[in-house]
Design a protein around this ligand. Structure first.
Ligand SMILES: [Zn+2]
Ligand SMILES: [Zn+2]
Length: 643
């Protein structure tokens, strides 16, 4: 008699477990497809493990309930191969997630479409691991190297994987590659593609077809056979991390694992690349750091202290005199300009000038953002965290005063100023309000390419999603709040955004700030990524931050603040006790701290940060966390931010 653990392919209601145990008279191979019954429903599932009853865990052998017999074997050909199993085990161990969650990524719903699973051919064991080569591309024109690399790999009958941070960026790369390669060798696999198309590509890749698979994160889990080249484009982009659903993986880490399993060439590319990639290139003897400098000379860069501007004009200003002058001369020469603002809407908050009341979201501990009518039909107060929407008020909620004033700078406010100073000039705003879907971004970029001269105002979306074409003048209107956030990775994020903006500036780059000149500007203005990286890495090494140590963020939430804090304290006690099973210098545990936005969507949030000081202890610590952290606690390995 055997106990058979099965993972159903279908998504089941949350309260059900994600693996089920059945018995069987025969041994069934791991990876076989069987029929199972869950709550009177017949489902297909994959066998995760099979073991004789005598070896089964105590609780199963003595279980008071009666195990059901497994249904018929639909296919005894294992659907995963050795490398797939290695990936499944690694992801579930590294990111502390269940094998079922990983299986749904390795065999996604579009793959099992129409129950064709029974006709799948055996998953070939991939050929020998290829000779490994690792490169980090840096510089403005890094992507110009892709077509040749991809063509070489495909000519050698290899498969290629290209991961872009955004779907719109993936589409742009596909256009570039199609100049150098036959279109049928380029397969676009993103979540906006029809399921039938994804299904077809999935089968092609599974059969070993030499082709380049392009997308953002989704294709990382396709069933490769001869994976000879992996390119991670703009590897420092935050969207490479799956931050909002399990498993909370990072594309860079999955790419590294693929490289370990398949060999071949791995390229991390960015302008600048991530500090993690830079660090890896530095310590790996076989690695190469390849710089592709820009073709045009760097722009003339200028820092503008806005405090002085305000003193001189006696008013709060968003666009400095020097920037106004440069905009004017750019437009006279029929040039283009881009103004960067790191906030959507008109102003980050509204304040009553009589009693000091600030309009806040009822469900989240943040001020509501004021959106003028540009992005909505009426002036609106919007919560950027729970999307709660209210008409903008005329009077103060607390004292009834009419003297309400909006504070701070958002995209819409800058656009309004531009309209006032440069009436008649084509103006385009680019933020999440204008570009909700990848198709909107495409429309915006098409409009931009048609215009000879314009002013664009936008958030990070304009550079990382829309990939704004080069402009004569690029300016940072304000990033002051971003500068002040206390987070170990903040400098890296800021340096990346500023570098991307400066990279599209052909003639002038202007940085306005209401704070003092940040140190980061010296490296930025002189284009010295290496200097910045070395300095930053030195700091991180001192405090064992990534890439030297590893972070695991545990998150507790509850609709009552006391309850959230209480369970955070309990969790802290239990993790501290767990740590006594390890050498004292292997990890650090922070006390519970409230999230930066303490209340979100009605839930109070507390975090505990576990810092694994020695990378070699990583798996051991995670095994223990798996035992000591209850299932309702969110675990984020390699969190994007600590706050
Ligand atoms: Zn008031
Ligand atoms: Zn809210």
């Amino acid at each position: 008699m055997f106990l058979i653990e099965v993972i159903p392919f279908a998504r089941l209601p949350r309260m059900l477990p994600d693996t089920f145990t059945y018995f069987s008279g025969d041994l069934i191979a791991r990876g076989a497809v069987v029929e199972i019954e869950v709550r009177q429903r017949k489902l297909l599932g994959m066998v995760l493990s099979a073991a004789p009853v005598k070896d089964a865990k105590q609780h199963l052998r003595t279980a008071s309930f009666i195990l059901k017999k497994v249904g018929k074997i639909v296919s005894d050909i294992p659907i995963l191969n050795t490398r797939d199993w290695a990936m499944l085990e690694w992801i579930s161990g590294y990111y502390l997630t269940t094998p079922a969650t990983v299986l749904r990524m390795l065999v996604p719903s579009f793959a099992v479409r129409g129950n064709t699973i029974t006709t799948w051919e055996r998953r070939e064991e991939a050929s020998e691991r290829q000779l490994a080569k690792f490169m980090v591309f840096t510089g403005a024109l890094a992507e110009k190297r892709y077509p040749q690399l991809v063509a070489e790999a495909i000519n050698k009958m290899n498969q290629v994987l290209i991961i872009a941070p955004e779907i719109s960026r993936a589409a742009g790369l596909l256009d570039q590659l199609s100049l150098a390669l036959p279109r049928e060798k380029l397969l676009m696999a993103t979540s906006v593609e029809p399921a039938a198309q994804l299904h077809q590509y999935w089968r092609l890749i599974r059969r070993g077809e030499p082709a380049a698979l392009i997308g953002s994160r989704l294709p990382l889990f396709f069933p490769f056979v001869n994976l000879g080249l992996v390119i991670l484009d703009d590897d420092g982009a935050p969207s490479h991390k799956s931050w909002d659903q399990e498993p909370r993986y990072h594309a860079r880490e999955i790419a590294l694992k693929l490289h370990e399993l398949y060999g071949g060439t791995l390229c991390f590319s960015g302008n600048p690349p991530s500090l993690a990639a830079y660090q890896m290139a530095g310590i790996d003897e076989k690695a190469a750091l390849v710089e592709t400098p820009r073709e045009t000379p760097p722009p003339v860069s200028l820092f503008v202290e806005m405090d002085k501007e305000i003193k001189e004009s006696g008013n709060f200003v968003t666009i400095s005199q020097v920037l106004k002058d440069k905009l004017r001369s750019t437009l006279i020469d029929r040039g283009r300009a881009f103004l960067f603002v790191n906030r959507r809407g008109f102003a980050p908050f509204i304040l009553c000038q009589d009693c000091g009341y600030v309009f806040r979201c009822d469900q989240c501990s943040v001020p509501l953002v004021y959106h003028a009518q540009e992005s909505f039909l009426h002036p609106t107060l919007l919560c950027h965290h729970c999307s709660a929407k209210n008409p903008a008020p005329d009077v103060c909620r607390q004292c009834g005063s009419h003297r309400l004033k909006s504070y701070g700078i958002g995209v819409e406010r800058v656009a309004k100023e531009v309209k006032k100073f440069f009436p008649g000039t084509p103006l385009i705003t680019i933020s999440a309000d204008e570009a909700k879907r990848p198709a909107d971004i495409k429309k915006l970029s098409d409009r931009l390419t048609k215009l000879e001269s314009y002013i664009a105002v936008g958030t990070e979306m304009a550079i990382s999603g829309a990939r704004l074409p080069p402009v004569e003048l690029a300016a940072i209107i304000s990033v002051d709040t971003a500068l002040a956030l206390p987070d170990y990775a903040q400098n890296e994020r800021l340096f990346r955004i500023l570098s991307l903006i400066r990279a599209i500036a052909l003639k002038h780059f202007i940085f306005q700030s209401y704070a003092k000149e940040p140190e980061i500007l010296r490296d930025l203005f002189h284009g010295s990524f290496e200097h910045f990286a070395e300095k930053e890495l030195k700091e991180r090494r001192k405090f064992s931050y990534p890439p030297f140590g590893e972070l695991v963020k545990l998150t507790v939430q509850s609709s009552a603040r006391e309850a959230a804090l209480k369970s955070a304290k309990e969790l802290h006690r239990s993790v501290t006790f767990m740590a006594t099973r390890l050498a004292a210098d292997s990890l650090e545990i922070s006390p519970p701290y409230p999230a930066y936005i303490e209340k979100k969507k009605g839930q109070f949030i507390f975090h505990i940060l576990v810092k694994i000081l020695k990378p070699e202890k990583s798996m051991e610590v995670k095994e223990l966390l798996n035992q000591y952290v209850p299932g309702n606690i969110r675990i984020d390995v390699g969190p994007m931010a600590l706050l």
